[in-house]
Design a protein around this ligand. Structure first.
Ligand SMILES: Cc1cc2nc3c(=O)[nH]c(=O)nc-3n(C[C@H](O)[C@H](O)[C@H](O)COP(=O)(O)OP(=O)(O)OC[C@H]3O[C@@H](n4cnc5c(N)ncnc54)[C@H](O)[C@@H]3O)c2cc1C
Length: 392
């Protein structure tokens, strides 16, 4: 989707959203048509056919997609319904979970690149203006308004263009980089150095398994699921300072290590011609009190507000849910309600508290490796603060 440099003057925006990932796009769509919304993002360098990790969407997201008015087009995108999940977490006997028992209904294994692109297209279709060629931006507050200075990629080798936009509302939806919040002096709390090593394995025609597979290992945990393209995601999550991190970037070593577990032993890619990528995956979030101290009109949503550890498999749901909550808060703020952001942040505190409790319980459930460093680190969450007691 090409950038449409908006011809509006700086005074014409009600909300500027930095980041057109799932959270930013959902919010932009949600605020239209009532508000004039500017959505900013960087050029997407993804090659054709490229894949993105983060494909598991729970059935609870259905109602949020319906509220956005995009459920039917979502169903038409060819995402795969999620089958059962099977895990070897604290014991060698596999534990099966049948999604039919999920009161929210079946979830999906997404074509993640298509999902993100379609949400962005849905925001534009609703009338949000998109500038997706941002190279640098700088945010600042001035006289009760938010200002964003942009340097955008120029056309065909031309010099970058410089633009300035202003609005009463500025939203950080830049994901884990939380670019806008950082520029305003905020930092991420509770983040550990979890790294996800992952590969999209070339399709094995005999592989018809729809189950999500999860397994604890001595120094981390495994995840595998098939995505709609037929490829299989194989992911191992371990600490950033683990001595094995470098060697596991080798496809054969990663696969061989996974094969030690019966749940993964049957995974046979058609070829060994695939890269192993590394991505920071540790959870963590903004301190709501620090955000509350910023001038009014600033909000953070999705991973920029609270990034979930992938074991929770809730990041996308949270992106859509925080977009919905922030839309209510922004409407109230623009209507002159004083405590609009305070209420939003109270909700975010409650979400963070629930998340940290579940996360602590999930990691503590692995008692068989409780003496191993990876698991020891994750069972020493500071009560209430959700931070790792011995930062990695
Ligand atoms: C290894 C791993 C596995 C995961 N698996 C799952 C899963 O199975 N299920 C699930 O629900 N979640 C999963 N997640 C989490 C999920 O991917 C995120 O929660 C989700 O992408 C958050 O959406 P977002 O819009 O907040 O951020 P993002 O998707 O990160 O989008 C941020 C956007 O901001 C843009 N941006 C960043 N910086 C700038 C800047 N300076 N200027 C302009 N634009 C900028 C980016 O280009 C991007 O478009 C996983 C995460 C990881 C790391």
């Amino acid at each position: 989707m090409s950038a449409r440099p908006p011809g509006h003057s700086t005074a014409e925006w009600d909300a500027i959203i930095v980041g057109a990932g799932p959270a930013g796009s959902a919010l932009a769509r949600r605020l239209r048509p009532r508000y004039r919304v500017l959505l900013l993002d960087r050029p997407q360098a993804r090659a054709a056919g490229a894949a993105r990790i983060g494909e598991s969407l729970p059935g609870a997201a259905r109602v949020l997609l319906q509220r956005l008015g995009i459920y039917d087009r979502f169903l038409a995108q060819g995402h795969a319904e999620r089958g059962a999940s099977v895990s070897q977490w604290d014991q060698d006997t596999p534990t099966w979970f049948d999604p039919v028992r999920d009161p929210h209904g079946l979830g999906w294994h997404l074509d993640r690149v298509r999902f993100d692109a379609d949400l962005r297209a849905a925001a534009v279709a609703a009338g949000a203006a998109l500038v997706d060629q941002v190279r640098h931006l700088k945010v600042s507050a001035m006289g009760g308004r938010w200002r964003v200075d942009l340097a955008c990629l120029g056309q065909a080798g031309a010099a970058p263009s410089v633009r300035t936009y202003e609005a009463p509302v500025l939203v950080d939806a830049t994901g884990r980089s939380m670019t806008a919040a950082r520029q305003l002096g905020l930092v991420r709390h509770g983040q550990d150095r979890l790294i996800c090593l992952y590969a999209h394995l070339p399709p094995d025609e005999r592989d018809e398994d729809q189950a999500t597979r999860i397994c604890a290992d001595t120094n981390g945990w495994w995840y595998s699921a098939r995505v709609p393209s037929g490829k299989r995601v194989l992911a191992f999550h371990l600490d950033g300072d683990d001595a094995e991190l470098k060697s596991l970037r080798d496809p054969a070593r990663l696969l061989a290590k996974s094969h030690r577990h019966p749940l993964f032993a049957g995974i046979r890619p058609a070829t060994m011609d695939f890269p192993v990528r590394a991505q920071p995956a540790g959870g963590g979030g903004l301190d709501p009190d620090a955000l509350a101290a910023l001038p009014e009109g600033f909000f953070a949503i999705g991973d920029a507000m609270l990034a979930f550890d992938p074991i929770a498999s809730q990041g996308l749901f949270n992106a859509l849910a925080t977009a919905e909550s922030a839309a209510h808060a922004i409407e109230r703020y623009i209507d002159g309600v004083d405590d609009a952001r305070v209420r939003y942040l109270e909700e975010m505190r409650a979400v963070a508290a629930r998340y940290h409790q579940h996360l602590g319980e999930t990691y503590a459930a692995v008692t068989r490796y409780s003496q191993e460093r990876f698991w020891r680190r994750r069972t020493s969450w500071r009560a209430g603060a959700g931070e790792i007691a011995s930062p990695i």
